[in-house]
Design a protein around this ligand. Structure first.
Ligand SMILES: [Mg+2]
Length: 264
């Protein structure tokens, strides 16, 4: 399994900002908006009786952030990913005005295994180098050079994730599974690169078994050269062909076939 750098958004990915926000406004202004109906990025559209400053006031209020709760399963999944050997970075475009309270009373309170060193503040997530990004914002995933996991949210339900090259998930269990699967696939990619870096020489006289091994190598995609010099073979103590040299280690026919088979 490859150890991945996993980038994770904060708002509405590991904590329920929208739920707390809508609850606060409903309580304050006696409205009855359901967070599930907030199908647009602009929350103000769903509170037509309120002004924009009224709708956005909670975001700038320290006490509000103390009511924001984690999303089910997020802490367990992140902890498990760390235990599996992956590196987690929180990548958030949080406003600087409320950053301190948001870190202290949400992130480090519910995710105490994360530290300030694990946090990247930016509105340009595509500039961050990582293997995976988990985010509810389509605009953060689009154009990024990472595996794109879209955390389902009412505002992104109208988006065709599959068409956009993203994996939509509705839970952290599902996100964990996709990341883990990707880690195993990526390890296989790494192995192929390693095989490319090896020096593979086929010692062959063109015998029937030499041809079989050569065919196997051709099918495997391994880069190799052929040496048919009997003098070279004798100098190496090769009495029977074919022999496959892997970085100088000499494998007789059966072992060579076994080696080629384990590549795929
Ligand atoms: Mg978000």
């Amino acid at each position: 399994m490859k150890r991945l750098t996993v980038l994770v958004d904060m708002d509405d990915t590991i904590e329920d900002l929208l739920g707390a926000w809508v609850d606060t406004l409903n309580e304050q202004y006696h409205t009855a908006v359901d967070p599930n109906d907030v199908s647009d990025w602009d929350v103000a559209k769903f509170f037509p009786t309120l002004t924009k400053p009224q709708v956005f006031a909670p975001i700038y209020n320290d006490d509000f952030w103390r009511t924001v709760k984690p999303i089910d399963g997020a802490a367990d999944a992140l902890q498990q990913l760390i235990a599996d050997g992956h590196r987690i970075y929180i990548v958030t475009s949080s406003f600087y005005e409320t950053l301190a309270v948001k870190m202290t009373d949400v992130l480090f309170r519910y995710f105490p295994f994360l530290k300030w060193e694990d946090v990247i503040i930016t509105s340009h997530k595509q500039l961050i180098h990582g293997d995976v990004l988990v985010d509810d914002g389509v605009h953060n995933l689009e154009g990024g050079d990472y595996l794109k996991i879209l955390m389902d949210a009412p505002h992104n339900r109208g988006y065709d994730a599959e068409r956009g090259g993203m994996h939509r998930v509705t839970s952290w269990d599902d996100a964990y599974d996709i990341i883990t699967q990707y880690a195993f696939q990526s390890e296989h990619d790494g192995e192929e690169v390693e095989h490319d870096r090896m020096t593979v020489i086929l010692y062959s006289t063109g015998c029937p078994r030499c041809k079989v091994l050569r065919q196997k190598l051709d099918n495997s995609g391994v880069q190799y050269t052929v040496n048919d010099s009997v003098d070279d073979m004798l100098a190496l103590g090769i009495a029977q062909v074919p022999v496959l040299s892997i970085d100088g280690e000499l494998l007789p026919f059966a072992k060579a076939i076994e080696w080629v088979n384990q590549i795929h």
